[in-house]
Each structure stands twice: as structure tokens, then as C-alpha cells.
Design a protein around this ligand. Sequence first.
Ligand code: ADP
Length: 860
Amino acid sequence: MIVVEAKRRQKKSTISEKLQSNDVFYKHIVESTPEAVVIHSEGKILYVNQAAVTLIGAKNTKDLIDQSVMRFIHKDSLPLIQSRIKNLLNKNKIAPFVEEKFVRLNGDIIFAETKAVPVTINGKMAIVAILRDITQRKKIEEKQNFLVQVSSILGESVEYKATLHTICKLLVPYLADYIRIALFTDDKNIEEVAAYHIDHKKLSLVKKLYETYKDRVDITHGVPQVVRSGKAEIIKRVTPQYLKKSKSSPEIKKIVNKLGLVSYMGVPLKIKNQVIGVITISSTRKERIYTKEDLQFAEEIAGRVAFAVENALLFNNLQKELQEKIKAQEGEERLASYLDQTFDAILLWEYSGKLVYWNKGAEELYGYTKEEAVGEQIHPFLKTVHPIPFSQIESILNEKGRWEGELIHTTKEGKPITVSCKKVLFTEKDGKQYVLETNRDMTERSQYQKHLQFLSESGKILSSSLGYKTTLKNIAMLAVPHIADWCTVDIKTEKGIEQLAVAHVDPNKVKWAKELNKKDPPDPNAQTGVPNVIRTGKSEYYPKITDEMLTQAAKNKKQLALLRELMFSSIMIIPIRVNDETIGAITFVYAKSKRFYTKSDLTIAEELAVRAGLAIENAQLYRDARRAVNLRDEFISLASHELKTPITSLKMYAQSLSKQFEKRNDIFMQGYFIKMDQQIDRLALLVSDLLNVSKIQHGNLEFDWKSVDLNSVIKETVDMLQIVTRQHKIILRGKIEKTVRADPYRIYQVLTNLLTNATKYSPQADKVMINLSEKKGYAEITVQDFGIGIEPDEQKKIFGQYYRVNQSEKKFTGLGMGLFISHEIIERHGGEMKVKSVKGKGSQFSFTLPFILSIPKADK
Ligand code: ADP
């Protein structure tokens, strides 16, 4: 064993010695090995084999000898290699294979697995490095890694637009310097979804380039071409010559130049052979010239992008569908809740009559729950009474698809109700026919109409000027049987609560109820009922009276029995308010009729109470006002009567004194007494006016009828007035030949009034005209002045009692009685009094008096 081993060792050593001594042999091996061998010492290359020359991209060995080793090491690998060299030299150990990056002469990066061995050459430490080119493998690995990355990004989200943007960022600068992804929209337009440029300032140029060429039909490359052909395209080198050849427009050339486009690839995005978009990939670097492999790689990426887009679209569609479904469901629910909320009863039945839908309105109207109704045959179930034979309704439905009319249905309680019905016939997707029926309770509507009628009737009663007690009694009568079987009105008096009115459907009960009330009057401090409503001013509303309630309310067994006998079903007690004070209450009771008050009844009842209160308030006000007016009138009439006697004696004294002084030739004193007499006349006139007004009101203004010659009466009056009128000349024109039947004193009164006003209200004027004329059947007397005039809207009012035009300066004194009395006098004569006036210019008062047809001569 030892011998064999010794022999083997000996053999090996001889071979190695031989080999070692044969440099040529070594050299041959090193030269021909496919692995790159580089020997370097002190940082400089001593030797390179042919494989190393190829690897580095040099032409021959001479290009590399004496060059710095570090120049070819990629900066990423520099630290590792440096430390390895150190170790090698210090420890004299072989460094095992590791992956390192190197840079070729042309700048390309190469990957190599390296092993290094320390040697001594000519006494100097050197390193023999053996490099195995793994660039291809690395590139494939890298591409695969990249694709994995792309896929994982694409798979991350269904927000494909955002994802494609991330993909663009990943591809720049790895595969491109700028990139653009465009997709077809639903309306077959191509839309940019993502674009990226390594220099973001140039992104707008990328977009601009596309915008410039997209619509050109003659364009040889780019998105439209890829879409047309459905095939990937490549322009390895975009040279000026190439651009010239491709007939690109000057504008496109300009943009391409600005972008510095060097190499280009356009790849379609396809789903099941259908182009859904395009990725355009561009290089601006001379060292990046796209190759066929790059195009393949781009297609590989495009395939994944298309797949992801398809997934996203599918997902989004699914999502949309789902959302629509949810929406539809929500809509259905909303519709259902709407259907439930509506007051109408909504039913859906199969053409055969089987009920399939029943809303809340139907539950309320008919009293049957959904569960009870659905599945039933509609007509027997609701005991439908059709206005025309059902077969006719059916044929109308089939012909027109709808029918409208009134039906009679029977509720669960057995109560027949009239409904206004709308039927619609429709066919579902499954071919099944359905009838949708909407029914509205007409009983409700007729009830409402009854209410309205009741209110308007009560309005009439309330506005008739009856005493409020009668009014309230009438209201109670009206309420029965419209809105009550029993209605009472109670009012607050000093003695307590007094029942003012009772109305009952059964008149016999009225007496009985009155007696009951007398025997057992309500406790004014009761916490419920009429006393409470009057005290609090708040309505009490008991829509449904239960036996329990009666038991609680009854004072004793006897009363309970009585209450039960009354058969109350529903009660409302409403306060009556007058001037913010509750003066009483109206009680509405449903008993035997088994009706129940609803909220709308309560509203009607409260409305009625408000109106009753207002009517009482108005009646009170009216009564108060009337009383005041009567008092005033009485006082005026009394006062004027009382004043008349002293004025008459005063006048007599004044006149006799005036005569006395005349006799004594005391003109001075006589003058005073004449003035005094005139003032007494004015006073007498005022008093007589006051008395006249009062007489007119009581309809006892007396007339002393005579056949009157107006000419002389008017002339006398004018003459008399002219004596006391200094400023104005009274000009009398015209004549009236015919006589009239009149009271000359009253005519004198009228004329005095008109002429006095004419002079009083024309202080700047110097004349007053009076014109007499005969018209057909009547005489017309006109008094015209040139004074202040009267506004048109005042003209209608001046004939009213005590009416005076409001003069802010209060220049003119008066009491507003003259025209009222004059107007009345003329009317009593069968004539008419009118005014025509222009503010600031003057007024024209005229009156007519009818002629007597034949005047007996003796009378004249
Ligand atoms: P009074 O005592 O106030 O004059 P009248 O009944 O005679 O009462 O007149 C009523 C109102 O009509 C007067 O206050 C006055 O404003 C207006 N009026 C009457 N006559 C004339 C007139 N000729 N010109 C302007 N206003 C007049």
C-alpha cells in the first residue's frame, strides 16, 4: 500500500515537473482556454489570454497590457475585489469563484465568475485571475427577475391605470428612457394611460409627439401602425436619414430630435388576439440600441401587461355588475319602503288573481297583514264589487294595459269600503302577467269633504251676528252627527262651569244628559276632562276609550255602569279661547256609531274651536263698539237738545240788547251785540247739525214738505250769506222755473253748507259761483269754488259721518257733519249729491232735485 502510494506520488511529481518546466505547454493551454485569464501585479495587467481580450472588448492583448486592472472592474464589485486581492497577497490563498461585475471597453457591463490565484513571477507577487463570462446567463436571470417584478406589480392591484404607471417607472431606465402605454377606451378611441420619461421635463414632449402623429394616416410607425398591424415594430436606429426616408413631417422630426430618440420599439397589448393598446419604448442613448431580443422581452412584458389589464377590466366589470346588483337591490328596498309609506294600498296579483304583494297601506286599509293576504285570491278575499262585470275590466286591461274606477272592498272587520282603484297590467321577463293595483280609500276623502262642508257651514253660523250663546248652541247641533254622536259646549262662569249646549244623535238623551250634568256637575279641579281643558287651555284627545279607562274615571260602581251604558268609543275635548283666555270647551264624543277620532278630526275640531273663539271675540268687540256708538249718539242728541234752549234764549237776549243799544245810539255796544248774535247763530248751527246727525242715525230727521220755488229759496240764501261773506263774491247764474217738492229750510241748510265750505276751503279766492240749471226731470244746482280741491280718493269719503280730510296744518276748523247731513237731505228729497274736484284748482259740488210733474196752481 505504501509502495503503491509512493509510486503514485513519484509519477505525479514527474508529470508536474515536466509540465512546469514546459512553458510552451502551459502557454498553449492558457491561450486556448475559453475562460479569460488575466495576470496582474501591483495593479497592472501583465498578461491576458485571448478569451480575456474578447471579454473586455479589446482588439488584441496589447490594448490591455500595462493597463490598470481597476479600470475594468465595475464600481459595485470594487470593494469585494480589493479585499480579495489583499487576502490573496497576505495569506497566499486561492480565492474561490465569486460573481463580479466588470466593465468592457465600450462601457457595457459584464458579469463574470472569478477565481484568483497568487503566484510569484520574477520574484514579484502576482495574481492570476480566471474569469468565466456569465453575462448572458445574468441577463436572462435579470430579465426574469424583472418580469417577476412586473408581474407582481401588475398583480398587486386592479387599479390598472395606477399600476401601469408604476410599470412605466420600472421600465425606465431598465429598458427605456421614455415609455408610453396607451389603451383603447370603450368608444374605440386610444387613450394614454401612462407615460414616463427619465427626464420628467421631457414628458410633455412625449405626449406632444403622439398628439402630432396620431391622426396621420401616412404614418409608418408608432401607435396607429401597431394598432393597424397588430404586430410589434422596431426601429433600431432612428437616424436623420431614417426620419427622412419615413417621410415624417418637419414637426415630428423636430420633436424626435428634441427628445433625442435613438432607438424605438412599439409593442401591441393583446387580449385573445385583439389589440387593446400599445406600449412604445424608446431609447435616447447610443449604447442602447434595441435588438430583437429586446423586442422579444418587450413583447414578453406586453403580454403580462395585457393579461393584467384584462384581469383588471374583468374585475372592474364584475365589480360594476356587483355594484349595480347592490344598487338594484337598494333601489328595490327603497321602492318597497316607499310603497310601504304611501297612504295608498298597493297590491300586486298574478293574472290568475293570486296576491303576491301587499304593502303597509293595504294592511292599514283592509286590516289584513301581508302574511294573511299574500297567496290569497284577491276578489273572494276582499269581496270585490266591481262597477262593471269583471270580464269587461279584464278586456280593458288586455287592450289598454290599465283600468281606473271605483270598487267596493270589505275589510277584515267586515266593513265595506269604497276605493278609487287603478289597475295596471304588465308582463314580467318570465312571461308571467301581473296586475298592479293601487287603491285609495274614498271613505277618507268623503270624510274630508264632509269636514270641509262642516267647517264652512259652521263658519256661516259663526259669522251670523247671533249672540255667542246661540252661536255655540248651533255649533253643537251642527257637529252631530257629522263629527260627533254627542257634542257639549261648556263655558266658564262666575258660578263655575256651566253646560251651555248639548246635542245628541238621540234627542231623548239631551234632556237626560242635561239632568245628569246638573245632578253631578264636573269637579272644577278635576285633572282630566272639561275642567282640565278649560284650566290648561290644552285639548284632550282619547282616540280609543277602553273599559279600563272608564273604570279609572268612574267615582263609583253606579257611575261606572252609567259610563258603560253610554258606550263611549272616542272623545275629544277642545278649548275655546277668546282674547287669549280659555272661556270654555267643546266636547265631541263618538259612542254608538263606533267611530274613532283621528288626528285629522282633532285638527278639524281645533280649527272649529278657534273659529268659534274668534266669532265670540268679534261679537264682543262689535257689541262693545255698538254700545259705545249708541252712548255717544244718545249723549249728542241729549246734549244738543239741552243746548238748544239756552242758545235760543241767549239769542233772544242778544237781539233785544242789540236793539236797546241801537235805541241809545250806542253803536259801539250795538256792534258787539250784532257779532255776539252772529256767533250765537254759528253755535246754533253746530248744535242743530249735531242734532241732525243724531236724528239721521235714528231715522227721525223730520221734513216739512212743500212745493218750492228754488229760485227764490236760493236767492234768499245767497243774499243772506253774502252779508257775512266779505272776501268772496257769490255769483248766481241760471234759473229754475219749475217747482220742486222740498223742505225749504233743509234746502237752505244744504246750500248754506255748500257755500260756507266753498268760501272756507278757498281762502285765496275771491269768488264762488252758483249755477242753476234745469235738466230733464230735475233741477241741478252747482256750487263751484276755486280753492284747495280734494284728492280723488277723498272725494268718495267726504259724505261720511264726521269725515274730515286730513289737513296736516289743521288750517280749517269743522266737525265733518255738514256734507253728511246735506247728502242725507238731498237723498231724502229723491235727488243726488256729487263732487268734482281737482286738487289745488277747486271743487264743484252739485245736487239734483226732481221736479214735481204737475203742480197745483193754488199751492204756489
Ligand atoms: P267740515 O265741518 O269739516 O267742513 P263737511 O262735512 O262740510 O265738514 O266737509 C267734510 C270735509 O270735506 C271737510 O273737512 C273738507 O276737508 C272737505 N271739503 C268740503 N267742502 C270742500 C271744498 N269746497 N273744498 C275742499 N274741501 C272741501
